[in-house]
Design a protein around this ligand. Structure first.
Ligand SMILES: [Zn+2]
Length: 329
Protein backbone atom coordinates (compact mmCIF):
# COMPACT_ATOMS: atom_id res chain seq x y z
CA UNK A 1 0.00 0.00 0.00
CA UNK A 2 1.23 3.50 -0.90
CA UNK A 3 0.34 6.32 1.49
CA UNK A 4 0.38 10.06 0.76
CA UNK A 5 -0.83 13.14 2.63
CA UNK A 6 -2.69 14.78 -0.27
CA UNK A 7 -5.13 13.79 -2.98
CA UNK A 8 -3.65 13.70 -6.49
CA UNK A 9 -5.51 15.43 -9.28
CA UNK A 10 -7.30 12.58 -10.98
CA UNK A 11 -9.66 14.67 -13.13
CA UNK A 12 -8.08 13.71 -16.43
CA UNK A 13 -8.66 10.06 -15.85
CA UNK A 14 -11.96 10.29 -14.02
CA UNK A 15 -13.84 8.52 -16.82
CA UNK A 16 -11.29 5.73 -16.93
CA UNK A 17 -11.46 5.19 -13.18
CA UNK A 18 -15.25 5.42 -12.85
CA UNK A 19 -15.79 1.65 -12.83
CA UNK A 20 -13.07 1.25 -10.20
CA UNK A 21 -14.59 4.01 -8.06
CA UNK A 22 -17.94 2.21 -8.27
CA UNK A 23 -16.22 -1.03 -7.30
CA UNK A 24 -14.52 0.84 -4.47
CA UNK A 25 -17.87 2.11 -3.22
CA UNK A 26 -19.31 -1.38 -3.29
CA UNK A 27 -16.28 -2.74 -1.46
CA UNK A 28 -16.58 0.18 0.95
CA UNK A 29 -20.13 -0.83 1.77
CA UNK A 30 -19.13 -4.45 2.16
CA UNK A 31 -16.40 -3.25 4.51
CA UNK A 32 -18.93 -2.26 7.18
CA UNK A 33 -17.97 -5.32 9.22
CA UNK A 34 -14.92 -6.91 10.90
CA UNK A 35 -12.51 -6.86 7.98
CA UNK A 36 -12.02 -9.91 5.84
CA UNK A 37 -8.75 -10.81 7.56
CA UNK A 38 -10.19 -10.45 11.06
CA UNK A 39 -13.23 -12.64 10.36
CA UNK A 40 -11.06 -15.33 8.80
CA UNK A 41 -8.62 -15.14 11.71
CA UNK A 42 -11.41 -15.47 14.30
CA UNK A 43 -12.95 -18.50 12.58
CA UNK A 44 -9.53 -20.12 12.23
CA UNK A 45 -8.35 -19.47 15.79
CA UNK A 46 -11.66 -20.70 17.24
CA UNK A 47 -11.02 -24.14 15.72
CA UNK A 48 -7.82 -24.34 17.77
CA UNK A 49 -9.71 -23.47 20.95
CA UNK A 50 -11.85 -26.62 20.71
CA UNK A 51 -11.28 -29.81 22.71
CA UNK A 52 -11.07 -33.26 21.12
CA UNK A 53 -12.90 -34.83 19.42
CA UNK A 54 -14.73 -31.74 18.16
CA UNK A 55 -11.41 -30.15 17.25
CA UNK A 56 -10.71 -32.99 14.80
CA UNK A 57 -14.02 -32.50 12.99
CA UNK A 58 -13.60 -28.74 12.66
CA UNK A 59 -9.95 -29.06 11.69
CA UNK A 60 -10.87 -31.41 8.86
CA UNK A 61 -13.24 -28.70 7.56
CA UNK A 62 -10.96 -25.76 8.30
CA UNK A 63 -10.64 -24.55 4.70
CA UNK A 64 -14.41 -24.50 4.21
CA UNK A 65 -15.12 -22.74 7.51
CA UNK A 66 -12.45 -20.06 7.02
CA UNK A 67 -13.30 -19.68 3.35
CA UNK A 68 -16.97 -19.02 4.13
CA UNK A 69 -16.39 -16.68 7.09
CA UNK A 70 -17.91 -13.77 5.19
CA UNK A 71 -20.84 -15.55 3.54
CA UNK A 72 -23.24 -13.93 6.00
CA UNK A 73 -22.07 -10.46 4.95
CA UNK A 74 -22.44 -11.27 1.28
CA UNK A 75 -26.01 -12.46 1.91
CA UNK A 76 -26.85 -9.01 3.34
CA UNK A 77 -27.00 -7.66 -0.19
CA UNK A 78 -28.94 -10.60 -1.62
CA UNK A 79 -31.40 -11.80 1.00
CA UNK A 80 -34.11 -9.80 2.73
CA UNK A 81 -33.88 -10.00 6.50
CA UNK A 82 -30.18 -10.85 6.65
CA UNK A 83 -28.68 -7.39 7.26
CA UNK A 84 -30.35 -6.89 10.65
CA UNK A 85 -28.82 -10.10 12.00
CA UNK A 86 -25.40 -8.42 12.17
CA UNK A 87 -26.09 -5.68 14.71
CA UNK A 88 -28.34 -4.26 17.39
CA UNK A 89 -28.72 -0.56 18.13
CA UNK A 90 -28.86 -0.81 21.90
CA UNK A 91 -29.07 2.96 22.30
CA UNK A 92 -32.53 2.77 20.70
CA UNK A 93 -33.74 0.91 23.78
CA UNK A 94 -32.97 3.83 26.07
CA UNK A 95 -29.88 4.74 28.11
CA UNK A 96 -30.75 2.17 30.78
CA UNK A 97 -30.00 -0.61 28.33
CA UNK A 98 -26.29 0.05 28.81
CA UNK A 99 -26.47 -1.07 32.38
CA UNK A 100 -29.63 -3.15 32.65
CA UNK A 101 -29.61 -6.09 30.29
CA UNK A 102 -32.97 -7.12 31.76
CA UNK A 103 -34.65 -4.24 29.90
CA UNK A 104 -34.76 -6.25 26.68
CA UNK A 105 -36.52 -9.66 26.51
CA UNK A 106 -34.01 -12.35 25.63
CA UNK A 107 -36.58 -14.66 24.06
CA UNK A 108 -37.44 -13.75 20.47
CA UNK A 109 -41.18 -14.38 20.99
CA UNK A 110 -41.32 -12.09 24.03
CA UNK A 111 -39.36 -9.39 22.21
CA UNK A 112 -41.65 -9.54 19.19
CA UNK A 113 -44.67 -9.26 21.45
CA UNK A 114 -43.22 -6.21 23.20
CA UNK A 115 -41.75 -4.31 20.25
CA UNK A 116 -43.84 -5.53 17.29
CA UNK A 117 -42.58 -4.70 13.82
CA UNK A 118 -40.11 -2.07 15.03
CA UNK A 119 -37.81 -4.74 16.41
CA UNK A 120 -36.13 -5.37 13.06
CA UNK A 121 -35.46 -1.66 12.47
CA UNK A 122 -32.86 -1.61 15.23
CA UNK A 123 -31.12 -4.89 14.48
CA UNK A 124 -31.69 -8.37 15.86
CA UNK A 125 -28.09 -9.60 16.30
CA UNK A 126 -28.37 -11.39 19.66
CA UNK A 127 -31.67 -13.09 18.83
CA UNK A 128 -30.37 -14.17 15.42
CA UNK A 129 -27.22 -15.54 17.03
CA UNK A 130 -29.30 -17.57 19.49
CA UNK A 131 -31.53 -18.86 16.68
CA UNK A 132 -28.40 -19.96 14.81
CA UNK A 133 -27.23 -21.69 17.99
CA UNK A 134 -30.46 -23.70 18.03
CA UNK A 135 -29.99 -24.54 14.34
CA UNK A 136 -26.44 -25.68 15.06
CA UNK A 137 -27.54 -27.84 18.00
CA UNK A 138 -30.20 -29.45 15.80
CA UNK A 139 -27.67 -30.03 13.02
CA UNK A 140 -25.27 -31.71 15.46
CA UNK A 141 -28.12 -33.88 16.80
CA UNK A 142 -29.00 -35.07 13.29
CA UNK A 143 -25.32 -35.26 12.32
CA UNK A 144 -26.12 -33.17 9.26
CA UNK A 145 -22.65 -32.19 8.16
CA UNK A 146 -23.69 -29.54 5.62
CA UNK A 147 -25.96 -27.80 8.10
CA UNK A 148 -23.37 -28.05 10.89
CA UNK A 149 -20.84 -26.24 8.71
CA UNK A 150 -23.27 -23.55 7.61
CA UNK A 151 -24.62 -22.85 11.09
CA UNK A 152 -21.18 -23.02 12.72
CA UNK A 153 -19.74 -20.57 10.20
CA UNK A 154 -22.69 -18.20 10.55
CA UNK A 155 -22.75 -18.21 14.35
CA UNK A 156 -19.03 -17.46 14.37
CA UNK A 157 -19.72 -14.48 12.13
CA UNK A 158 -22.69 -13.18 14.12
CA UNK A 159 -21.02 -13.43 17.55
CA UNK A 160 -17.90 -11.75 16.12
CA UNK A 161 -19.99 -8.86 14.81
CA UNK A 162 -21.63 -8.43 18.22
CA UNK A 163 -18.18 -8.06 19.74
CA UNK A 164 -17.59 -4.96 17.62
CA UNK A 165 -18.72 -1.94 19.69
CA UNK A 166 -20.08 -0.02 16.70
CA UNK A 167 -22.32 -2.98 15.81
CA UNK A 168 -24.31 -2.13 18.95
CA UNK A 169 -24.97 1.55 18.24
CA UNK A 170 -27.17 3.56 15.87
CA UNK A 171 -24.10 5.80 15.41
CA UNK A 172 -22.43 2.80 13.75
CA UNK A 173 -20.32 4.82 11.31
CA UNK A 174 -19.95 8.07 13.24
CA UNK A 175 -22.55 10.01 11.19
CA UNK A 176 -24.13 11.47 14.34
CA UNK A 177 -20.78 12.77 15.62
CA UNK A 178 -19.08 13.83 12.40
CA UNK A 179 -16.79 10.77 12.44
CA UNK A 180 -17.69 9.15 9.13
CA UNK A 181 -15.49 6.17 8.41
CA UNK A 182 -14.74 5.27 12.01
CA UNK A 183 -16.45 1.90 11.62
CA UNK A 184 -14.03 0.57 9.01
CA UNK A 185 -11.16 2.31 10.78
CA UNK A 186 -11.77 0.43 14.05
CA UNK A 187 -12.63 -3.00 12.70
CA UNK A 188 -10.68 -3.19 9.46
CA UNK A 189 -7.77 -0.73 9.38
CA UNK A 190 -6.64 -1.30 12.98
CA UNK A 191 -6.63 -5.13 12.76
CA UNK A 192 -4.90 -4.95 9.38
CA UNK A 193 -2.16 -2.77 10.88
CA UNK A 194 -1.74 -4.46 14.28
CA UNK A 195 -3.01 -8.05 14.00
CA UNK A 196 0.54 -9.40 14.04
CA UNK A 197 0.98 -8.22 17.65
CA UNK A 198 -2.41 -9.40 18.91
CA UNK A 199 -2.23 -12.50 21.12
CA UNK A 200 -4.85 -14.70 19.50
CA UNK A 201 -3.59 -18.23 20.08
CA UNK A 202 -6.04 -20.09 22.35
CA UNK A 203 -4.47 -21.08 25.65
CA UNK A 204 -1.53 -18.69 25.22
CA UNK A 205 -2.84 -15.84 27.34
CA UNK A 206 -5.28 -15.35 30.26
CA UNK A 207 -7.54 -13.37 27.90
CA UNK A 208 -7.42 -16.15 25.34
CA UNK A 209 -8.83 -19.26 27.06
CA UNK A 210 -9.93 -22.42 25.33
CA UNK A 211 -13.61 -23.21 24.73
CA UNK A 212 -15.84 -23.86 27.72
CA UNK A 213 -19.39 -25.11 28.08
CA UNK A 214 -21.94 -22.30 28.28
CA UNK A 215 -24.90 -23.33 30.45
CA UNK A 216 -26.90 -20.30 29.30
CA UNK A 217 -25.79 -19.36 25.77
CA UNK A 218 -28.47 -16.68 25.34
CA UNK A 219 -27.23 -14.87 28.43
CA UNK A 220 -23.63 -15.10 27.18
CA UNK A 221 -24.56 -13.72 23.76
CA UNK A 222 -26.40 -10.77 25.28
CA UNK A 223 -23.57 -10.13 27.74
CA UNK A 224 -21.14 -9.85 24.81
CA UNK A 225 -23.39 -7.29 23.10
CA UNK A 226 -23.71 -5.21 26.27
CA UNK A 227 -19.95 -5.33 26.89
CA UNK A 228 -19.39 -4.13 23.33
CA UNK A 229 -21.85 -1.32 23.84
CA UNK A 230 -20.00 -0.09 26.91
CA UNK A 231 -16.93 0.38 24.70
CA UNK A 232 -18.72 2.62 22.16
CA UNK A 233 -17.98 5.72 24.22
CA UNK A 234 -14.18 5.26 24.16
CA UNK A 235 -14.17 4.25 20.47
CA UNK A 236 -15.76 7.58 19.54
CA UNK A 237 -14.30 9.87 22.20
CA UNK A 238 -10.66 8.84 21.75
CA UNK A 239 -10.89 9.37 17.99
CA UNK A 240 -12.22 12.91 18.52
CA UNK A 241 -9.58 13.75 21.12
CA UNK A 242 -6.73 12.49 18.95
CA UNK A 243 -8.03 14.10 15.73
CA UNK A 244 -8.37 17.43 17.53
CA UNK A 245 -4.81 17.23 18.85
CA UNK A 246 -3.19 16.01 15.60
CA UNK A 247 -5.19 18.21 13.22
CA UNK A 248 -6.85 16.98 10.00
CA UNK A 249 -3.64 17.19 7.93
CA UNK A 250 -1.92 14.60 10.16
CA UNK A 251 -5.01 12.57 11.03
CA UNK A 252 -5.75 11.45 7.48
CA UNK A 253 -3.77 10.18 4.52
CA UNK A 254 -4.58 8.92 1.06
CA UNK A 255 -3.84 5.36 0.16
CA UNK A 256 -3.47 4.10 -3.38
CA UNK A 257 -5.65 1.06 -3.94
CA UNK A 258 -5.26 -0.04 -7.54
CA UNK A 259 -6.07 3.03 -9.62
CA UNK A 260 -8.04 4.92 -6.98
CA UNK A 261 -7.08 6.87 -3.90
CA UNK A 262 -8.93 6.34 -0.65
CA UNK A 263 -8.93 8.72 2.33
CA UNK A 264 -8.18 6.80 5.52
CA UNK A 265 -6.82 7.63 8.92
CA UNK A 266 -3.05 7.96 8.67
CA UNK A 267 -0.80 5.13 9.94
CA UNK A 268 0.56 7.50 12.62
CA UNK A 269 -2.98 8.32 13.75
CA UNK A 270 -3.81 4.58 13.81
CA UNK A 271 -0.73 3.88 15.93
CA UNK A 272 -1.56 6.55 18.50
CA UNK A 273 -5.23 5.56 18.59
CA UNK A 274 -4.22 1.90 19.03
CA UNK A 275 -2.15 2.99 22.06
CA UNK A 276 -5.00 5.03 23.52
CA UNK A 277 -7.40 2.08 23.22
CA UNK A 278 -4.90 -0.01 25.20
CA UNK A 279 -5.65 -3.36 23.57
CA UNK A 280 -9.39 -2.87 23.09
CA UNK A 281 -9.51 -4.28 19.54
CA UNK A 282 -7.32 -7.20 20.56
CA UNK A 283 -9.58 -7.96 23.55
CA UNK A 284 -12.72 -7.87 21.38
CA UNK A 285 -11.06 -10.28 18.93
CA UNK A 286 -9.98 -12.57 21.77
CA UNK A 287 -13.52 -12.53 23.12
CA UNK A 288 -14.89 -13.30 19.65
CA UNK A 289 -12.63 -16.34 19.33
CA UNK A 290 -13.44 -17.63 22.80
CA UNK A 291 -17.20 -17.20 22.41
CA UNK A 292 -17.24 -18.63 18.92
CA UNK A 293 -15.46 -21.80 20.06
CA UNK A 294 -17.59 -22.01 23.22
CA UNK A 295 -20.84 -21.72 21.25
CA UNK A 296 -19.71 -24.48 18.86
CA UNK A 297 -18.68 -26.68 21.77
CA UNK A 298 -21.82 -26.03 23.83
CA UNK A 299 -24.13 -26.76 20.89
CA UNK A 300 -22.34 -30.07 20.36
CA UNK A 301 -22.65 -30.95 24.09
CA UNK A 302 -26.34 -29.94 24.09
CA UNK A 303 -26.86 -32.23 21.09
CA UNK A 304 -25.57 -35.19 23.11
CA UNK A 305 -21.94 -35.12 21.93
CA UNK A 306 -22.53 -37.09 18.72
CA UNK A 307 -19.60 -38.80 17.05
CA UNK A 308 -18.81 -36.91 13.86
CA UNK A 309 -16.89 -38.23 10.89
CA UNK A 310 -13.69 -36.37 10.03
CA UNK A 311 -14.40 -36.03 6.34
CA UNK A 312 -13.52 -33.50 3.69
CA UNK A 313 -16.48 -31.45 2.37
CA UNK A 314 -17.88 -32.19 -1.06
CA UNK A 315 -15.63 -30.54 -3.65
CA UNK A 316 -17.41 -31.64 -6.78
CA UNK A 317 -20.43 -29.30 -6.58
CA UNK A 318 -21.08 -27.25 -9.68
CA UNK A 319 -21.01 -23.46 -9.63
CA UNK A 320 -24.83 -23.29 -9.61
CA UNK A 321 -25.05 -25.86 -6.81
CA UNK A 322 -22.63 -23.80 -4.72
CA UNK A 323 -24.68 -20.61 -5.33
CA UNK A 324 -27.87 -22.43 -4.33
CA UNK A 325 -26.16 -23.84 -1.25
CA UNK A 326 -24.96 -20.34 -0.31
CA UNK A 327 -28.44 -18.83 -0.66
CA UNK A 328 -30.19 -21.61 1.28
CA UNK A 329 -29.72 -20.68 4.90
ZN1 LIG B 1 -21.35 -9.05 9.46
Amino acid sequence: MKWSQSLKNNTSRSLQTAPFIFLGLVLGLVHIQWGFAAHRCIHDAAIHALPAPLHGFFKSHRDWIVGHALDADMRKHAIDGEAEKHYIDLDRYGPDSQFSPEVIPKLWKDAQLLYGDTIELHGIGPWATMKTYQNLTRAFFHQNETQILRSATDIAHYISDLNVPLHTSSNYNGAQTNQDGIHAFWETQLPEQFMSVYRLTPGSHPNMPRAKYLSNPAETIWKAAFESHLAVDSVLRFETILRTSMGPENSFAYVQRGRTQQRLHSPEFAYRYHQMLDGQVERRMQQSIFLCASLWYSAWVDAGQPILAFTKPEQSATYLQRIWSWLSI
